[in-house]
Design a protein around this ligand. Structure first.
Ligand code: C2E
Ligand code: CA
Ligand code: CA
Length: 738
């Protein structure tokens, strides 16, 4: 112990020299030697923490600890003496380092070790131990003097510095920041061991005020669960994380911070992990983000200012034209958690995707805006009535509920919404917003993943509708829907050229339901597309099956009003045909006349594309809507189906005027070069009249009701009387799925 002692001990050189001489002069008798050594050390190392162990005895017991040692560790002398110095440590001490030190000591060299030690009260400190072996006159190591220093502060600063260095490249912004160290234990504790004094600038606490406090306590209660999960992830998985959350400053006010934390060491056996982090105040940034030019940088959505304008306009418009304007506030459930546990860039992507989906669920006239982090607002300007808001809101929530995929990551989110309507719930934007937010809170406290109306009565109506829609969704999922087919007879040769696919619902409690009983609700639920896809798939498959058996009958599928403007409409049709290898000429699409000129205008490209492919198009229920002749001429259709109300009037004892009207309609169809079909033929008289008018094809109960696919051969082969007896009971009889 030559150079190391004098070099490392912070005490004055003269005293060091003295002790060296005393020590070197030798302590012949081991026991008195200890006493003498201690006496010397107490003067030389006055005030310091040190221990003396006798290494010649079994277990190398401590024979003395200084007052400084007692102060540092909390152990009284009598508690320490007789034990191995290792009692300050726990299983988490680095064994390699301990071994190196022991070896050095055995060889009579001084050595320094940095070890995690525990005070009597269980608190941890970093102990810089300098081991000085003291030899006896024979040159054998007899005693070990260990001087201890609490370097916790230094270790933290060094680790924090390392973390800060890692972060430095990406810090950016001018937000104030501070670094800290904390110990995570097996029970989820997160005790702050150290904080840099710059914490005062961010949170207003002094480092001493934070010492030994739980990190989680400084986080706002709403963010705490998420923060706990994030700390557990750090504890169990190591590495580093960057997260944003809200902290409470000394005045109890909220600060948004970004915390970059990394694991600096871990002691698995003891269940302890130390993290060091740099916390940056990003509150200002967040505010800025929401305000730049009225557009949110992440989602590209308009922010509050724009929203208020639109809402104001919508309310005025509703008042002027007597409609209803809606404000929907949609909040992603538990998004804070996601945000906290996820790489922030991923979280941003998720938010952007959520915004995109919400936008997709809306009409062009609706306005989507970002209200605050993970909370959107939608203005629905021209609702027909209050109930019309329900399907929109449901659709919004349904879109969010679809799983999000980002690379290998799959996240399932849900959202809640609050709905307020003008003028019923208020006539001013602020009032509506407050009521919508209030309803949102109700939806969230009820467990989230749902919506609530500001108005109770609406809520009950909405519930009934939701039940219906839930049943409907189940109907699709559990194959409760079936298609029946009604033949269309070509008069020239009495052959069945086409069959119309007509949907039925085999309701588990209410029996077989006809379209009239559920279609309106289905369209209101905006599930028209789903129905179309389902019917198309079944019908095309059926036509292909018939084709396999050599029956080339065309199948005709009804297209609901919204489906036509569906962007992928023509693609949908083509892929169904391809999937089942069906010739396009064996598929016909029926568009209801009152689908409306607007839909025709928007869907005309799709229709043209489908027709060019070879699919034929029929205009259904002709005569029930006021399509003008010019429009009719421009529509891309092949067939005109005259509504059954006109056919019904040309039976026995018909008014000659009605007969002439029907004749004129047939003439228009033929004049435009279209195939003309008469619907709803129930009697022979009706059949004879329309046949005399040169109508090309007929459809109606006289020939057959709509029947399951398996019965279509029997239905078309049998004479009319048989057909009737065949088909009449079908409604009340359970039928097999086609
Ligand atoms: P639609 O397209 O006019 O279909 C013909 C309807 O008239 C069918 O009623 C059929 O059973 C009925 N019908 C046929 N012959 C006669 C007759 O001689 N006399 C009388 N009184 N009625 C006759 P259904 O099946 O109840 O369908 C009603 C409507 O529901 C259909 O009218 C169609 O607009 C709609 N619909 C049916 N299936 C589908 C579908 O798969 N998708 C869509 N989007 N709509 C459908
Ligand atoms: Ca039809
Ligand atoms: Ca029809």
């Amino acid at each position: 112990m030559d150079e190391p002692l004098s070099a490392a001990m912070p005490t004055d050189r003269a005293r060091l020299k003295a002790v060296r001489e005393r020590v070197l002069s030798g302590f012949r008798d081991a026991d008195s030697g200890s006493d003498e050594l201690v006496a010397v050390l107490q003067t030389v190392l006055a005030g310091e923490s040190f221990s003396v162990s006798d290494v010649r005895r079994i277990g190398q017991p401590i024979v003395f600890v200084s007052d400084g040692f007692q102060a540092l560790t909390g152990f009284r002398r009598e508690e320490a003496v007789g034990r191995d110095l290792g009692f300050l440590m726990r299983a988490d001490t680095d064994q390699d380092e301990a071994r190196e030190v022991r070896e050095a000591v055995r060889e009579g060299r001084a050595a320094t070790a940095l070890v995690r030690c525990y005070r009597r009260d269980g608190s941890l400190f970093w102990n810089e131990q300098r081991h000085y072996p003291v030899k006896d006159p024979h040159g054998r190591v007899a005693h070990l003097v260990v001087v201890q220093r609490d370097v916790t502060e230094l270790v933290h600063a060094r680790s924090a510095h390392e973390v800060a260095r890692q972060l430095a490249s990406s810090l950016g912004g001018e937000g104030a920041f501070f670094s800290y160290g904390a110990i995570l234990d097996g029970d989820g504790g997160s005790r702050i061991g150290w904080a840099h004094e710059s914490v005062a600038a961010v949170l207003g606490f002094t480092p001493a005020e934070l010492h030994e406090r739980e990190l989680l306590e400084l986080i706002v209660p709403e963010d705490r669960e998420a923060a706990r999960a994030r700390l557990l992830a750090l504890r169990d998985e190591g590495g580093s994380r960057r997260d944003r959350y809200r902290m409470l400053n000394a005045e109890g006010r909220v600060r948004w911070v970004e915390d970059f934390a990394a694991v600096s060491w871990s002691a698995k056996e003891a269940g302890l992990v130390a993290i060091h982090g740099v916390v940056r105040d990003v509150s200002a940034e967040r505010l800025k983000r929401l305000e730049v030019g009225g557009v949110d940088a992440v989602t590209g959505l308009p922010t509050v200012g724009v929203l208020v304008d639109r809402l104001d306009q919508a309310i005025r418009q509703a008042r002027r034209y007597g409609g209803v304007a809606g404000l929907v506030v949609v909040e992603l459930d538990h998004f804070d958690f996601v945000h906290r546990t996820m790489d922030p860039r991923r979280a941003e992507r998720l938010l952007r995707e959520a915004a995109r989906r919400l936008q997709r669920a809306l009409r062009r006239s609706d306005t989507l805006a970002l209200l605050r982090e993970s909370c959107f607002a939608v203005v629905l300007p021209d609702l027909a009535d209050a109930e019309a808001a329900v399907p929109v809101v449901e659709k919004l929530l349904a879109w969010v509920a679809r799983p999000f995929e980002d690379g290998s990551l799959r996240v399932e989110l849900s959202a809640s919404a609050g709905v307020a309507l003008a003028p019923a719930d208020g006539r001013r934007p602020e009032v509506l917003r407050e009521r919508a937010e209030f309803a949102l809170q109700r939806a969230r406290t009820a467990g989230g993943s749902r919506f609530a109306f500001a108005d109770d009565a609406l809520e009950r109506a909405a519930e009934a509708r939701i039940d219906f829609e839930r049943e409907l969704r189940r109907a699709f999922a559990e194959n409760q829907l079936v298609l029946h087919y009604q033949p269309r007879i070509r008069f020239s040769d009495a052959s069945t050229r086409a069959v119309e696919a007509l949907v039925r619902w085999r309701h588990p409690e209410r029996g077989l339901l006809l379209p009239d009983e559920f279609l309106a609700g289905l369209y209101r639920a905006r599930m028209g597309d789903t129905l179309f896809e389902w019917v198309l798939e079944q019908a095309v498959a059926q036509a292909a099956a018939w084709r396999e058996c050599g029956d080339t009958r065309r199948v005709s599928v009804n297209v609901g009003p919204e489906t036509l403007v569906h962007r992928e409409f023509s693609q949908l049709v083509r892929s169904a045909l391809e999937r089942h290898q069906l010739h396009p000429g064996l598929l016909e699409l029926e568009l209801h006349e009152n689908t409306g000129v607007l839909a025709f205008e928007r869907g005309v490209d799709q229709l043209t594309a489908v027709r060019r492919h070879g699919v034929t198009v029929a205009l259904d229920d002709f005569g029930t809507a006021a399509t003008n002749l010019t429009q009719l001429r421009l529509l891309p259709v092949d067939t005109l189906k005259i509504d059954r109300s006109f056919v019904a009037r040309v039976g026995d004892g018909a008014d000659p005027g009605d007969v002439e009207l029907l004749r004129a309609m047939v003439g228009i169809g033929h004049g435009l070069g279209l195939c003309v079909v008469a619907e709803g033929i129930e009697t022979t008289v009706q059949r004879e009249r329309v046949q005399a008018m040169d109508v090309d094809e007929g459809q109606g109960f006289l020939f057959s009701h709509a029947v399951p696919a398996e019965l279509i051969d029997a239905a078309t082969a049998a004479p009319p009387s048989v057909l009737r007896s065949l088909s009449v009971p079908i409604r009340s009889r359970p039928v097999q799925a086609s």
